[in-house]
Design a protein around this ligand. Structure first.
Ligand code: ATP
Ligand code: MG
Length: 485
């Protein structure tokens, strides 16, 4: 592959590069744009992240460049790391002095010293990430590619610049980065590099969960996440990081009846979903949707294999997985729990006989996530029989229209029962407790079952009847006056 000098000059013909170039010459620092930006330039992938390395003081260079860029530039200095960042419009430019890293067996932290450009390229993870372009005026646009990264990009190959065992042992996260790039770019991991991942897989345990999750997120967000997860599996990394997914593997056969391999099914669901949604947490939900299957698996001679309640068992497993992986234990977890626990529900709704009440209940439980749930269910169709796929998709289309019809009629999605617990307590002078809860959910159920409309007055009358039946008396107060007037 040849990269034309004219193309490089055209890409560098931007105010930002010209001013960095001037700054570098003023300070007499050899300066380069390096790493991901250079790789993505070859791959024609748009990127707003620019990494600059100078042989000198990176913070000083950033200050000089920020001065020239003027008021629209924002400078942040990270003193402890000797780096600085300049944001300028939508660009994020990182400045750092060239460094040499040496790792020692007994310590995770490298010894970092000032170094040359060559030292700096030597410590990088892959040949395609170890290319640079000079920004000093005298050699402006000069391409530096000591490890033939350009050739590897042309051949779609991911390969470490130095001995792969040393590269991975020094910073084991690089193993995940290799797999992430394979998944994002559709590249192959070169054989020796792959074997080194297999050999060094256990070292992943010294990497922080946050860094691991960053890479997993990138795999999950790639166009075909199954590429990444299959590589994680083949290298043995998945067993260490997410053993719950490995437990989905395999087909058991009894009395001539087998079930599907839930690992490959899961990956197909994730790929299907990746075609229709970029929502990271919906994709995590797809990855985990059947995670409860191994624990719920039973064989009955008459019916064959069942995975009864796997959606609830799966939902219950999520919190501890999220906690272990340092995934957010906030609304993101709740959202994934909701989707996993509800993923079997729309199937039942596709039945002709389905009642409005069942549709309302699903709308109520899924709330605003109902469309995401339907996308997950559609992605969950992985039958190899095209007729079946067509029929299932058609059924879900019916479910979607039933949901739409009932939602338009009853506005259930974000519905809050018109009388809440606090009001019930005030009306009957009750303290918090079981009775309040019972009355509250009776109102909710009556609305969802269509016994009463979703309105205050109807709910009030219903509540009074119920209270009377239960022998709860109501002191005279303003509520009764309002309703009587
Ligand atoms: P992306 O920005 O898509 O996540 P990237 O390769 O640009 O991918 P960055 O974190 O932006 O990743 O890093 C920029 C460059 O720094 C890389 O291209 C690579 O040269 C180097 N680099 C990043 N992480 C590592 C690492 N763990 N080991 C060695 N070099 C690394
Ligand atoms: Mg980058």
């Amino acid at each position: 592959m040849q990269i034309r000098q004219a193309d490089i000059l055209q890409i560098l013909d931007k105010k930002i590069f010209n001013l960095i170039s001037e700054s570098a010459d003023t300070l007499l620092y050899e300066t380069y744009v390096i790493g991901g930006f250079v790789r993505d330039l070859v791959l024609n992938r748009p990127t707003q992240d620019i990494d600059i390395v100078c042989v000198g003081n990176g913070v000083q260079l950033a200050q000089e460049a920020a001065k020239r860029l003027g008021r629209q530039a924002r400078l942040s200095v990270f003193k402890n790391f000797g780096t600085a960042q300049v944001t300028y419009h939508d660009l994020k430019v990182e400045f750092v002095g060239a460094r040499k890293e040496s790792y020692q067996r007994h310590s995770r932290k490298p010894i970092v010293e000032d170094g040359t450009l060559e030292d700096d390229l030597n410590r990088r993870d892959f040949t395609m990430n170890a290319m640079a372009i000079c920004l000093n005026k005298e050699h402006f646009g000069k391409w530096i590619d000591p490890f033939d990264g350009l050739k590897d990009i042309e051949n779609c190959v991911i390969k470490t610049p130095r001995d792969a065992d040393i590269t991975f042992s020094d910073d084991p996260l690089r193993m995940l980065r290799a797999i992430r790039f394979a998944s994002q770019l559709g590249f192959f991991i070169e054989a020796q590099t792959f074997e080194a991942v297999e050999r060094n897989k256990n070292r992943i345990e010294i990497v922080s969960k946050e860094r691991i999750v960053d890479e997993l997120n990138k795999i999950i967000l790639s166009p075909r996440p199954s590429i990444g997860f299959e590589l994680l599996d083949q290298t043995g990394l998945l067993e260490i990081i997410l053993p719950e997914l490995i437990a989905l593997k395999g087909i058991e056969t009894k009395e001539g009846i087998g079930h599907k391999d839930n690992f490959s099914h899961t990956l197909r669901v994730l790929d299907n979903l990746a075609r229709t949604s970029n929502n990271l947490w919906l994709r995590w939900a797809a990855l985990f949707h059947d995670i409860g299957k191994p624990k719920s698996k039973r064989f009955y001679p008459k019916t064959g294999w069942t995975f009864h309640a796997h959606e609830f068992i799966g939902m219950k497993m999520l919190k501890s997985i999220f906690r272990r992986m340092k995934l957010p234990l906030n609304d993101n977890l709740k959202y994934v729990e909701k989707l996993v626990s509800l993923h079997m529900r729309p199937i039942v709704l596709s039945d002709d006989e389905v009642t409005d009440s069942a549709v309302r209940r699903l709308l109520f439980e899924a709330g605003n996530d109902i469309d995401d749930l339907m996308s997950l269910c559609e992605a969950d169709i992985t039958s190899k029989n095209p007729e079946k796929v067509k029929r299932f998709l058609f059924n879900f289309k019916l479910v979607r229209s039933k949901l739409k019809e009932i939602e338009e009629k009853d506005r259930i999605r974000n519905f809050q029962p018109p009388i809440d617990g606090l009001q019930i307590m005030e009306m009957f002078h009750l303290s918090p407790g079981r009775i309040v809860g019972e009355l509250k959910s009776a109102i909710k159920d009556a609305i969802l079952d269509g016994v009463i409309p979703n309105e205050y007055e109807a709910a009030y009358v219903y509540l009074m009847q119920l209270a009377e039946e239960k022998g709860i008396t109501k002191p005279d107060n303003e509520y009764s006056k309002i309703i009587q007037s």
